[in-house]
Design a binder for this molecule. Sequence first.
Ligand SMILES: CC(C)(COP(=O)(O)OP(=O)(O)OC[C@H]1O[C@@H](n2cnc3c(N)ncnc32)[C@H](O)[C@@H]1OP(=O)(O)O)[C@@H](O)C(=O)NCCC(=O)NCCS
Length: 348
Amino acid sequence: MSQPQIKPVTGARYARIHGVGGYRPVRVIPNSEVLNWIDSSDEWIRSRSGIAERRWAGPEESVAEMSVQAAGKAIAQAGISPDQIGGVIVATVSHLKQTPAIATEIAERLGCGTAPAFDISAACAGFGYGLSLADGMIRGGSAGYVLVIGVERLSDLTDRSDRSTAFIFGDGAGAAIVGPSDTPGIGKVVWGSDGSQKDVISQTQAWDTAFGKEDAVNGLGEAHDDGRGKWPALRMEGQSVFRWAVWEMAKVAQQALDAAGITADQLGAFIPHQANMRITDAMIKALKLPESVPVARDITETGNTSAASIPLAMERMLESGEARSGDLALIIGFGAGLVYAAAVVTLP
Ligand SMILES: CC(C)(COP(=O)(O)OP(=O)(O)OC[C@H]1O[C@@H](n2cnc3c(N)ncnc32)[C@H](O)[C@@H]1OP(=O)(O)O)[C@@H](O)C(=O)NCCC(=O)NCCS
């Protein structure tokens, strides 16, 4: 008897982004407020990072709540119903519960039925990582539509006394619906990692060392209010990150263009992770991006929102008319890990 064959799975030929949506917290933190915590100046922060203000989430603006709001907009723009979503991927480094993933709660609140739902930890490259997975799921036939969310409450992990990070981070959520397409809408995602630089952006302490290893080992689960631990925050070797981003990431962005068979002058938008305006400007130079290509500069009002920054910036460019539906955009995310992901996509 011949070996039985597994029935082949067929997915969509191509995938694209069908809708994008964002959520920005209500509370605006201007640079003047940051100056209450660190010795700095509005001028220094603006000239070194491009940031004028950022948004910080209030108690009601949880990771789940911001995600649901952003996803609702993306779903509406895509013109689908939540029960058509066959996968929910949430990229975040600031959902403070190790388990369960926040994605299942979000999927349930949105009405995505039994869609598989999981979190990924890829910092500022998280949206690109999610997009790559979604693209593969759709073309591989394991999902029809996939919701990719980038969401952060980095204010929870910001040490307000740290001069090198207190002014940088912001909160927010961005979401995209990825689904089938007749033509290629997501170019090859050029993604990767460099674990040799794992320490240049990282949480100061693991949760166990922050709160007492014995508690973790013994699984005591007690309230850890004995004053031993210091709440972990994000630390960054700013100059190392800066150098890496400028030198290495321009090459990755170029690889994404080449893989898509697109030249810089054919782009309708450049939407880099909103890490620092000077990094963006250096990349523009390295890529020899023509002045006619609009560049996302959402960092000025939003700060660095890690996984949320690309979809938030994308939404803003489309809403403001700087970029149009159907345009080609080069996106690139990079951050803690270190990790990166770049691709050319068709804007929804
Ligand atoms: C963080 C960052 C803005 C700091 O800028 P920088 O030019 O590298 O600053 P440095 O740490 O070299 O410090 C330069 C000077 O500014 C001072 N300085 C540092 N932080 C300051 C602050 N918040 N306000 C005012 N002065 C500050 C330093 O004391 C130093 O002074 P000195 O020259 O008298 O010694 C920059 O390194 C950066 O943006 N890196 C990339 C970070 C990033 O994008 N991270 C996210 C990746 S996902």
